[in-house]
Ligand binder design. Structure first.
Ligand code: ADP
Ligand code: ZN
Length: 235
């Protein structure tokens, strides 16, 4: 009999992993690694919104009104968008969704209707002071198909300004300036942090403390996350 975690790796059992954590805690980077490990579809709401903004779609125009101010895009818009992606697969990692209690409840109901449930919630924990430092020095790949994240201080690309993965130009996110970062942190504490208690009550929360100054942060955090997910898969 193949181990459950091997089946999960081959995409034979359904998996729903949620990445929780303030802006700049590495949800995208670690989420990417977890996706590769289990072969999951990466649904990153921020990336989807940025692509919509770049393509100047109606959704993009609406989302940008909020994103540029460090506020959340309204729940109805976000939930409908996420569900349209969730319809495509039952092996997914959600990065940036849910971000409000209302979104978490909508997700729970959506999954229940499919006879599914959340597998684990990975909560990445970084002190606010460290977040401002790390986010101010963050640079991302301009190729929206790639979306790799680097940092001019903590995770330098091999060639300055160029993505290691696909060779495209690295750019700064317009909302990664200190003022908007502080606003996003405020939004996080007010609207998203209550999800920690929500998922703790559901028995799904896996908390991981992160030291951004360690050179092995990415590998350590990925390994810890995978260990915690594997432990839940074999339960
Ligand atoms: P970060 O976690 O670094 O702030 P993201 O790329 O996840 O960045 O999100 C960027 C912005 O997109 C958020 O500040 C917010 O305005 C919007 N956004 C992303 N996900 C959601 C969501 N689930 N609900 C509402 N707004 C969202
Ligand atoms: Zn790239």
């Amino acid at each position: 009999m193949p181990l459950v975690k091997e089946l999960a790796k081959e995409g034979e059992i359904s998996m729903y992993i949620i990445m929780l954590g303030a802006p700049g805690t590495g949800k995208g980077t670690i989420g990417n690694e977890i996706c590769k490990h289990y072969n999951l579809m990466h649904i990153a709401t921020g990336d989807i919104f940025r692509a919509e903004i770049k393509n100047q779609t109606e959704l993009g125009k609406k989302a940008n009104e909020y994103i540029s101010k460090g506020q959340l895009v309204p729940d109805d818009v976000t939930i409908a968008m996420c569900e349209s992606y969730l319809d495509k697969s039952d092996n997914v990692l959600l990065d940036g969704f849910p971000r409000t209690i209302h979104q978490a409840e909508a997700l729970k109901e959506y999954l229940a209707n499919k006879g599914k449930s959340v597998t684990a919630v990975i909560d990445l924990n970084v002190p606010d002071e460290d977040i401002v430092v790390r986010t101010s020095s963050r640079i991302i790949c301009s190729n929206k198909e790639c979306g790799a994240v680097f940092n001019t201080v903590f995770m330098k690309p091999k060639v300055e300004g160029i993505c290691d993965v696909c060779g495209s130009k690295l750019i700064k996110r317009p909302d990664d300036n200190p003022d908007t970062i502080r606003k996003r942190l405020e939004t996080y504490h007010k609207q998203t942090e209550p999800l920690i208690e929500f998922y703790e009550k559901e028995g799904l929360l896996e908390k991981i403390d992160i030291n951004i100054y360690s050179e092995t942060t990415k590998e350590d955090t990925t390994r810890k996350s995978v260990e915690k997910i594997d432990a839940r898969l074999s339960d």
